[in-house]
Design a protein around this ligand. Structure first.
Ligand code: MN
Length: 214
């Protein structure tokens, strides 16, 4: 059903105002990032799927899990880039929020302790991966269903960890468009400040879904 708006991928609404993450992430960055950058990934994903109509009806997670083996060569890279871009950003908006921050508690706190020792070590690892990602990409915390624990990984561009059988529960966008207006070249400062806007309840929900195989 190519081109059917009922099944096309859609830009989600932000669950908070553009200025809700101030002063850590500025309103102009949030507006441009969600309404221009994310929208372009969604539009270009839908366009790419015109060249892979069998894939057009798949949920985004299923599409990303199978894209490397199932997509026609002519549109494979476009689906990887734009499907990844869509899913990564949708997750990013969800796992941030106003009145965020603090230490992870409950199930997510336990999983962090088990995998990293403590929250300080998690932050250190996520930051090292983000700073160490040459050029554009993401620093991730993923559920590894084989190891049955959380892991920290980095990925270039918009490559989704779902393509490698990993389930993202937290990710920080380290493309310059995510931080340049406020932080310019200071990616490490942005990565430090980011933890003030993390929505642990949302991350915990991602972890629960990942563990349940949803
Ligand atoms: Mn981005």
């Amino acid at each position: 059903p190519t081109g059917d708006p009922a099944v096309a991928h859609a830009l989600p609404s932000l669950p908070y105002a553009f200025d809700a993450l101030e002063p850590h992430i500025d309103a102009k960055t949030m507006e441009t990032h969600s309404q221009k950058h994310h929208k372009a990934y969604v539009d270009n994903l839908n366009k790419a799927l015109e060249g892979g109509p069998d894939l057009a009806g798949l949920p985004i997670e299923e599409l990303l899990r199978t894209v490397k083996t199932s997509a026609p060569d002519a549109v494979k890279q476009a689906i990887i880039n734009n499907g990844g871009g869509h899913h990564n950003h949708a997750l990013f908006w969800e796992i941030m929020g106003p009145n965020g921050g603090g230490e992870p508690t409950g199930a997510i706190g336990d999983a962090v302790k088990e995998a990293f020792g403590d929250f300080a070590k998690l932050k250190e690892t996520v930051k090292a991966n983000g700073v160490g990602q040459f050029g554009s990409g993401w620093t991730w915390v993923v559920w590894n269903p084989t190891a049955t624990k959380l892991e920290a990984v980095k990925r270039p561009n918009q490559d989704s960890p779902l393509m490698d059988g990993l389930v993202p529960v937290l990710g920080i966008d380290v493309w310059e468009h995510a931080y340049y207006l406020k932080y310019q070249n200071r990616r490490p400062s942005y990565l430090d400040a980011w933890w003030n806007v993390v929505n642990w309840k949302a991350v915990e929900a991602k972890l629960a879904a990942a563990k349940a195989g949803r």
